[in-house]
Design a protein around this ligand. Structure first.
Ligand SMILES: Cc1ncc(C[n+]2csc(CCOP(=O)(O)OP(=O)(O)O)c2C)c(N)n1
Length: 332
């Protein structure tokens, strides 16, 4: 697409972030499949990088973020250290959560990332609560709360959006709609017109965006974030994207047509699309390749650092984890 007044600097930064996210996840996938080093599941966001890169570039470091079980890209784009994230995936000392959370519980309060969450939809009400906290403190931060299309069929979606609407909270709800809920096509289990229509019914201003067009996401997110920061009211973004891989790294996605998936990737990969935009704006292919190579080297190094890191000492096993008591203790 030809654009007038094209901001090449922003375009290159968006590409660099998407390449970093993809390279991180490719290394994480290798760590899991080739090296058998990942403790627990990981859910890759390959193909969804434009949402993370486009939205996070609109945020300040002190803005707050909540994410899902598919949150590596959001966390990285919010500014977290990839080596600390990789250590977390491998359960190592120095991980974002001391190696005790793993992929689905990555948090980094230093960059405002309050947590990934393995419980579908739970982060929606937590995000509303975080936004309410900002309101009570009276500062000018905002909260971005990202969830998948499957999450709109659980109660916290209604509760979180309604709470934010009623209390005028500074939160941007983002439905990152990749069409699938684990192994089920979301359209097959969703009544009515879906996420955006439900948000409109609750009274939120809604924007829809092609979530594989990183420039469009960045433009719309920039507007929405500025508006929320100024008006202190919630908004909703429905971003359509596509999950290129299986639900988890060990899911071969046999429930959907491989041909259709490959055709979709060929037509709609956000990185390939953005490279074309940059080339049309006059950026040399060699520069684009260099950005990719740099991202890959960075993430290979992150995996090496993580692989070399020790596991946390045995006597720290109960440090910094929630104390829910022990059945053995109660039996005594
Ligand atoms: C409350 C709850 N129910 C079911 C699950 C099992 N589960 C994990 S991911 C997932 C699908 C989520 O789909 P979506 O919200 O669209 O996110 P996506 O995986 O597509 O990113 C399900 C059903 C869960 N983790 N939590």
């Amino acid at each position: 697409m030809t654009r007038t007044n094209y901001d090449t600097g922003r375009g290159l930064a968006l590409l660099a972030m998407m390449e970093r996210i993809r390279a991180f996840e490719r290394q994480a996938e290798l760590a899991a499949t080739r090296d058998k080093l990942v403790l627990g599941a990981i859910h890759l966001s390959i193909g969804q990088e434009a949402c993370a890169a486009g939205i996070m570039q609109a945020l300040r470091r002190d803005d707050l973020l909540l994410s899902t079980h598919r949150g590596h890209g959001h966390t990285l784009a919010k500014g977290a250290d990839p080596a600390a994230m990789m250590k977390e995936l491998l359960g190592r000392e120095g991980g974002c959560c001391g190696g005790k959370g793993g992929s689905m519980h990555i948090a980094d309060f230093g960059v405002g990332m309050l947590g990934a969450n393995g419980v579908v939809s739970a982060n929606i009400t937590i995000g509303a609560g975080a936004a309410h906290g900002i309101k009570l403190l009276g500062d000018d931060r905002i909260c971005v709360d990202i969830f998948g299309d499957g999450a709109i069929n659980r109660g916290p979606f209604l509760e979180g959006l309604n709470w934010a609407a009623v209390f005028d909270l500074p939160v941007l709800f983002v439905c990152e709609d990749n069409e699938w809920s684990a192994t089920t096509r979301t359209a097959d289990m969703t009544g009515g017109d879906g996420a955006a229509a439900r948000a409109e019914a609750i009274g939120l201003p809604v924007q829809r965006v092609d979530g594989n067009d990183v420039e469009a996401v960045a433009d719309i997110a920039g507007d929405l974030v500025a508006r929320i920061r100024r008006d202190r009211r919630p908004a909703f973004l429905h971003a359509r994207t596509f999950r290129q891989e299986g639900h988890t790294y060990f899911d071969p996605a046999a429930y959907r047509s491989q041909e259709a998936t490959q055709a979709r990737i060929a037509a709609d990969d956000p990185i390939a699309r953005h490279r074309e935009t940059l080339q049309a704006a006059g950026v040399a292919m060699a520069e684009l390749d260099q950005i990719k190579a740099k991202a890959e080297a960075e993430m290979q190094a992150a995996l090496s650092v993580a692989t070399a890191a020790p596991f946390p000492p045995d006597d720290s096993v109960f440090d910094e984890v929630q104390d829910i008591g022990s059945p053995a203790e109660e039996a005594v």
